[in-house]
Design a protein around this ligand. Structure first.
Ligand SMILES: [Zn+2]
Length: 410
């Protein structure tokens, strides 16, 4: 089902050799039902290259998107810190762009309405676009108008004819998912009012490299963005990058602001970030080669830590069944021989198995019931929140392991 991609999806230049090859794991969101447990999942090549012409870091092989999103089981509203982040984002954007009851906010990949609900509470017109059928239905059930389709040129007419052009377009963690990125940004331009702003948030490539966050690499994430790459993509779409902010979420994210041309002044932050990226090697191949070595080291360290504990008679489990956990487990070749099970707060995941590693997913209460000696936190970006929630497990002697950026006992 996958096909070789040899040209940069941004500028069309030929791609160099991948700087990191993670093998051929199954899709991270293809959780396995008990009745399918005897069937081996399909694997797909997972390797990343950095375009030398436009610095866009991307997968070298693609899986068709319709294969990945139709049963996507991620519901944003199950995490407290995501909701707090969403509320803050809605508040700050409403204030900055002086949004009121006449304004229109369009969110691309709106999930279950976790963000738009905060705009709706202020009587602002909202519309979500969400390709996953079950998640779009959940948003509608919660009172958030949602188009169930992929965002792109085909969706423009549907959006502008009914809802109109938007004062604000938001896309949180969506730019990484769109192989046809030039078309996507063109569609953003068409859906944006002449005075409007488009705001995108995505995990920052610099943090991925500096924090050895290789587990955030999986088939659904086609791109890993630096500001240098975003600037070139925006220019190509006829959009202007006018501001950038660093956000300490998802292991480090950037929030970028785009407009048609000239409505808002370009802040000094843009040039400052571009300079810093050049200085830290984001636009040179050496940085990627050293990252690749750090990933190989992390695998060895995590495996020796877990095998050492197992040899000492300790019982091990995991917390969480996030997409990134599957890259981690499958690349590090960790399965039920080391980790007996994992737990997750989402009832949609409980009772299923993680793809590849096949850890059984149980409700969080299983931690206290089974009392494993050590629990590996797979959504390490939420480690603090999880440890706070699991005080009782710790009080009874349970300990946590945080695998990224270096495996450590917390
Ligand atoms: Zn390129």
């Amino acid at each position: 089902m996958s096909f070789q991609q040899r040209k940069c999806l941004g500028c069309g230049d030929l791609l160099p050799e991948p700087f990191l090859d993670l093998g051929t794991p199954p899709l991270v969101n293809a959780l396995v039902r008990p009745e399918e447990a005897h069937i081996r999942e399909a694997g797909f090549p997972l390797a990343v290259a950095s375009c030398q012409a436009c610095h866009l870091v991307q997968l070298t092989d693609l899986v068709p998107p319709e294969r990945m999103f139709t049963e996507y089981v991620y519901f944003s509203s199950y995490s407290d810190s995501f909701l707090a982040h969403a509320r803050d984002m809605a508040e700050s954007l409403t204030a900055r762009f002086a949004l009121g009851p006449e304004s229109r906010v369009l969110e691309v990949a709106s999930n279950d309405g976790y963000l738009l609900q905060y705009f709706k509470q202020r009587n602002i017109h909202v519309l979500g676009v969400e390709p996953a059928r079950n998640i779009a239905a959940e948003a509608e059930r919660r009172g958030i108008p949602t188009l169930n389709c992929f965002f792109g040129l085909e969706a423009v007419e549907k959006i502008t004819s009914g809802f109109g052009q938007a004062d604000l377009i938001i896309g949180n963690n969506v730019l990484a998912h769109v192989p046809a990125i030039n078309e996507f940004l063109h569609a953003v331009k068409l859906c944006l009012k002449p005075t409007g702003a488009a705001v995108f948030e995505f995990p920052y490539l610099k943090d991925l490299l500096d924090g050895t966050e290789f587990d955030t690499i999986y088939h659904e994430h086609v791109f890993y963005y630096s500001l240098s790459a975003v600037e070139k993509l925006a220019e190509r779409a006829g959009l202007q990058l006018f501001d950038v902010m660093y956000r300490p979420v998802h292991g480090g994210s950037l929030r970028v602001f785009l407009q048609h041309q000239g409505t808002h002044p370009v802040t000094g932050k843009v040039a400052e970030f571009l300079r810093a990226e050049k200085a830290s090697g984001l636009t040179s191949p050496e940085r990627y080669a050293s990252f690749s070595r750090e990933v190989a080291n992390l695998k060895e360290e995590l495996r020796s830590l877990l095998y050492g504990l197992k040899a000492a008679g300790k019982r091990l489990a995991a917390y969480g069944a996030p997409a990134k956990g599957n890259t981690l487990l499958n690349y590090c070749e960790i399965g039920t021989e080391l980790l007996k099970f994992t737990v997750d707060r989402s009832p949609y995941k409980q009772g299923l198995f993680t793809p590849g590693a096949r850890l059984p997913i149980r409700p969080p209460e299983a931690l206290l019931k089974e009392m494993p000696d050590y629990t590996v936190i797979l959504p390490w970006n939420l480690a603090e929140e999880i440890i706070t929630q699991q005080q009782e497990y710790r009080r009874r002697g349970g300990q946590f392991i945080i695998p990224i950026p270096k495996p450590r006992i917390a």
